[in-house]
Design a protein around this ligand. Structure first.
Ligand SMILES: Cc1cc2nc3c(=O)[nH]c(=O)nc-3n(C[C@H](O)[C@H](O)[C@H](O)COP(=O)(O)OP(=O)(O)OC[C@H]3O[C@@H](n4cnc5c(N)ncnc54)[C@H](O)[C@@H]3O)c2cc1C
Length: 455
């Protein structure tokens, strides 16, 4: 297995390359190991043990805070473990952590199957499933980790173990929602797949901020009527050029994006037609209603929101509050976006029971602000922006989503129920008593306070 140690030729480029977007951390692992198979991961963890090094894994590098890149220790790059295999008769699949969502769904399509992968096509399943997995049709199917039936994990003592409901169930519990706080390296996920929706359609509307208040209040009032398989994203953003870069001119606006993934065209059309009932519909600046689509087109559409050549900071909140609180809060952020690459998402959610999994914070509404900057000189001014707004709105927040976590900037944010967070730490003490694995990336403040889960 190739390992680049700090000081080796190629180390610095590899350290930069493990992070998907352009905000590269000022943190330096002692070494980066490029695993090509399970045995390499076992060997890497054992080597780290021998040398007294901490360990952190990396699958697709899509963590906004680059939580896989730490000071010191061995970073195990799992992008070489990208295989998957389908059992079409059983409707199941086994995927390695470096596999990408779009590739998996392309393979499943041949068998009429589907999996709620992340909306962006290049997110690896490794980190996506660990943190919960808010994917395509998750409003109907649940967070993707609810469709994980078993995991294969390399533990702190360098052993490869299987965890299912009947074998090491605590380890499976933790792997379904602990995200960056997981105390092992997952080398295989066993998935329950779902029937592939026969009809895929999209609608897109753009509204000026003059219409935003009325639009958003209508959207909140309509929320109980939207079918679960209709996915809606309300995005505050600046107008984009055809190449997805922000247009130099034009005010911020609200994009209403509906994705319908149903069993029939009739159901898709009926669901998307609900968007035609907006009281401000006649004032829409852009209308693309009920356009037949493919999953590939839907991935590409979402992929254009955030670009790898741009640096980002993000944050999030789940809330059960109503329109009176959330609409002004959302619109204040949209009006305050610090750069033209920035955007703010409101995602109406259908809360589901989260039994038997570490994942434990959701709500009726998900709000997530992102600041983006193409010029590194802007970082000092805009990187703190999402966290500042989330701190201001803390009274509306039930907690964050680990997908868009900013624990580095807001180490006190609630990422699990107290009960689940305590259970996770108790399991860590059992499975990783020496603290071999780096946990959540809390940053200096909490680490200095000596928190058991500190970086
Ligand atoms: C453009 C973009 C769009 C996104 N869209 C969505 C979305 O639609 N839905 C959603 O839920 N999330 C979304 N996310 C968030 C993303 O799913 C999470 O950041 C996820 O953790 C990324 O997984 P990764 O393997 O690519 O990241 P990485 O940065 O490689 O890993 C993230 C964390 O998980 C740990 N980790 C990764 N793999 C393993 C493993 N095999 N074993 C142990 N620990 C591991 C790492 O140490 C790190 O702390 C998006 C992110 C981006 C950048």
């Amino acid at each position: 297995m190739r390992i680049l140690w700090r000081g080796d030729e190629g180390y610095e480029q590899a350290r930069l390359d493990v992070v998907w977007h352009a905000r590269k951390p000022d943190r330096y692992p002692d070494g980066i190991a490029f695993a090509q198979g399970r045995q390499d991961v076992v060997d890497a963890v054992r080597l780290a043990r021998e040398r007294g090094l901490k360990v952190k894994a990396r699958s697709g590098g899509h963590s906004w805070t680059a939580s896989s890149v730490r000071d010191g220790g061995l970073l195990i790059d799992l992008s070489g473990l990208g295989a998957w295999a389908v059992d079409a008769d059983a409707g199941t699949a086994m995927v390695e952590p470096g596999a990408k969502g779009r590739d998996l769904n392309e393979g499943l399509a041949e068998h009429g199957l589907f999996f709620p992968t992340g909306h962006c096509p290049t997110i690896a399943l490794g980190g996506f499933l660990l943190q919960g997995g808010w994917g395509w049709t998750s409003r109907a199917l649940g967070p993707a980790c609810m469709s994980v039936t078993a995991v294969d994990v390399v533990t702190a003592d360098g052993e490869l173990v299987h965890a299912s409901e009947t074998e090491n169930p605590d380890l499976l519990w933790a792997a379904r929602g602990a995200g960056s706080g997981f105390f092992g390296v997952v080398v295989g996920y066993h998935l329950r797949c779902h029937p592939r929706p026969a009809s895929m359609m999209r609608s897109i509307y753009a509204y000026s901020l003059d219409e935003a208040e009325e639009l958003m209040r209508w959207a909140h009032a309509m929320q109980p009527e939207w079918p679960a398989a209709l996915e809606l994203q309300f995005l505050g953003s600046f107008p984009r050029n055809p190449d997805a870069s922000p247009a130099a001119e034009g005010d911020a606006m609200i994009m209403v994006i509906g994705f319908a993934l149903f069993d029939s065209e009739e159901e898709s059309v009926a669901a998307l037609r609900l968007l035609e009932t907006a009281p401000v519909r006649d004032k829409a600046l852009v209308v693309e209603a009920c356009v037949p689509s493919t999953l590939d087109e839907l991935y590409e559409l979402v992929d254009s929101y955030a670009r790898p050549e741009v640096a980002y900071a993000g944050d999030s909140l789940w809330s059960d509050d109503g329109a009176d609180e959330l609409v002004p809060a959302f619109l204040e952020m949209v009006r305050d976006m610090p750069t033209r690459w920035s955007y703010v998402l409101w995602w109406p959610w259908v809360p589901q029971a989260l039994d038997g999994v570490a994942l434990s914070v959701t709500g009726k509404h998900y709000i997530s602000p992102f600041s983006g900057w193409a010029d590194p000189a802007d970082e000092a001014e805009v990187a703190a922006w999402p966290g500042e707004h989330m701190r201001r709105l803390d009274h509306l927040s039930k907690g964050i989503q680990l997908a868009d976590e900013n624990l580095l900037g807001r180490p006190d944010a609630r990422y699990m129920t107290d009960e689940n967070a305590a259970r996770l730490e108790a399991l860590r003490a059992t499975w990783d008593p020496e603290g071999r694995f780096h946990s959540f990336l809390f940053g200096d403040a909490r680490a200095a306070a000596g928190g058991a889960t500190s970086a």
